[in-house]
Write a protein that binds this ligand. Sequence first.
Ligand SMILES: [Zn+2]
Length: 313
Amino acid sequence: MPDLTLQTHEGDGLPPATSADALSLTIEPLLDRHAPRPRRLSVTVIVAADFAAAVDEAYRVGGHDFGPFGAARLGGDVNGKTVPISADHASARVIIDANWWTRQSTADAQRAGLLAHELFHPRLDRLRVEAGSAEHLARTVHTPADGARWSVRNAVDELRCDLAADSVLKQMFTVQTPRGILPLPLGLLGSEDDNNYLGATLDAFDHLHDEWSSLLGQTLTGEQQSLVARQTGSLLTLLAHAEAEARSLDAPGAFAIPGIAEHPVGTLLHSTWQQICDAYDEYAGWQTVAASDTAIADAGQEAVLNLWRHFGF
Ligand SMILES: [Zn+2]
């Protein structure tokens, strides 16, 4: 990684003490360049000292029974969470972990990146409702096909939100590089503290390698199938973040990183991920988001079921 200094140019960028509300007001119009603004959407941003409790409260107010919320994920803790508050997705809460937020005081690009990502989730959800899409309303998971579909939808949404965040960062910040001053890409946000998703994906591959090796080709119990299904979902989400980081840096994708492509778990996932990305690229855009959602989920579901056939289910 080249030596980089993050700069916010005089007159743009942000004053250090910018509140989450003020930052959200700056970011929303920048998201308009990435996707249309829904006709009706109201989002409340909450920076919460007790992150988990605030998410649980939003679940309660929104009538969801997902709880209790935990921030831990394969690949690290999450610092933000978006919860729909009304069934029509016209109202949502974005909750940010105050412990994380206050640690970012000297690097507002981190805050802007997280907020842009989280603010794009409710926009995406509401755009779907306004387009008449029912794809994301199906929440029950009974069969492996349901589980595969759910994981693909989740992962593609993370990719979309990350690419939206990349677009916002590039509009707000610049970075000094050996090639001169460039718009700040998402992929450089975590580079100073090595806290990026490309690295986290490799760590997760290492973490699951032995377990997956021992399960491949075996007859799995129902419990083992559920475990592999959940782990696949987590890996697809990580790959989505890594994909966005790679694309933000003008690399072709996550598998252009040799460490990911050559890892045994990466080898197993490569064609699955490629098929999901191909579908995403083919159906990018917002004019026909309902049809796109279904087409991406159809292709992704097949790709994940094919992966699971290696595990015998
Ligand atoms: Zn997200």
